[in-house]
Design a protein around this ligand. Structure first.
Ligand code: NAD
Length: 267
């Protein structure tokens, strides 16, 4: 593993436009369970997966009921608002600070990259710390609405001030389109990068999983290096989309990668 980390550090230092892609695996060390790992929420409770697939249809059919359920029911991911970033999140923030990482595109909704200090984060599946109008995509800070009071006064759902559309969580549900601004910027980054660090994702959720494939194949003769950091091999490993896999925990490997990068830069 040490040799692979050194190799990744060399490639990172030589890169012109490196970006990171992250998934639920990078946040398991912050106490948020993933979906498909050995202890994943779907792995242990297939019924929860079936229900999650219906969330968006429930919102469209009855936004008021959707909001009542959100405000009164249990959260699938536990007390996610209290979670803190771990050394993996902090390492990616440090790589950005060192000028080596241009952005993080994350499937996670937990806001932990921002809490760790990453500046340019594209929340591909939205962010739990925001609300979004389902019609015009205007984002809101939840504190702009007194949701508990609205629940008590039977005034749900919240309504968009820009277009009078219905507001939902910013989190992208299954069967819901990726907000167009984030989808466009993520595609541009995937086409532009010459190195992609793919961390803690099973790479089976689409369209996110197209991004490494786009980086690998989309570059008009340009060679993009794709490096995975994951607890187990993924379809990217098996299909040869990634150049190599550094197998293990992101909270261990990414800080070691930062150490190696610093050693190279200080030579
Ligand atoms: P996934 O659950 O499908 O896969 C996670 C992968 O990370 C697995 O391959 C697992 O073996 C690996 N992993 C687990 N812990 C790891 C660690 N410490 N270090 C390295 N690898 C580790 O996750 P996904 O690919 O991100 O897809 C799940 C979907 O669910 C995403 O769309 C995401 O939006 C959502 N989700 C988000 C959160 C979150 O915000 N933290 C949590 C669960 C699910």
């Amino acid at each position: 593993m040490a040799e692979l980390i050194k190799r990744a550090a060399e490639l990172l230092v030589q890169s012109r436009h490196a970006i990171a892609l992250t998934g639920a695996g990078i946040s398991t060390e912050s106490g948020i369970r993933d979906f498909r790992g050995p202890d994943g929420i779907w792995t242990k409770n297939p019924e929860a997966e079936r229900k999650a697939y219906q969330s968006y249809a429930r919102f469209l059919a009855n936004p008021k009921e959707y909001w009542i359920e959100r405000l009164t029911g249990p959260s699938l991911l536990g007390d996610i608002h209290r979670a803190e970033p771990n050394p993996g999140h902090r390492a990616l923030a440090e790589l950005e600070h060192l000028g080596l990482l241009k952005c993080v595109i994350t499937q996670n909704i937990d806001n932990l990259h921002q809490k760790a200090g990453s500046k340019r984060v594209l929340d591909y599946h939205g962010n739990i710390a925001r609300l979004r109008c389902a019609s015009c995509d205007t984002r809101y800070d939840p504190s702009e609405f007194d949701l508990e009071k609205m629940l008590a006064e039977d005034r749900l759902p919240p309504i968009c001030r820009a277009c009078n559309g219905v507001i939902k969580s910013d989190v992208v549900h299954f069967h819901e389109a990726i907000p167009s601004d984030v989808a466009r910027e993520s595609q541009e980054e995937a086409e532009r990068c010459d190195l992609m660090l793919v961390c803690g994702t099973s790479a089976v959720v689409y369209p996110f999983a197209y991004l490494p494939r786009m980086a690998r194949h989309g570059g008009f003769g340009r060679k993009t290096t794709v490096i995975e950091v994951n607890a187990e091999p993924t379809p990217l490993t098996e299909e040869g989309i990634s150049d190599f896999l550094i197998q293990g925990k992101t909270g261990v490997i990414l800080p070691r990668l930062v150490d190696e990068v610093k050693k190279i830069k200080s030579r």
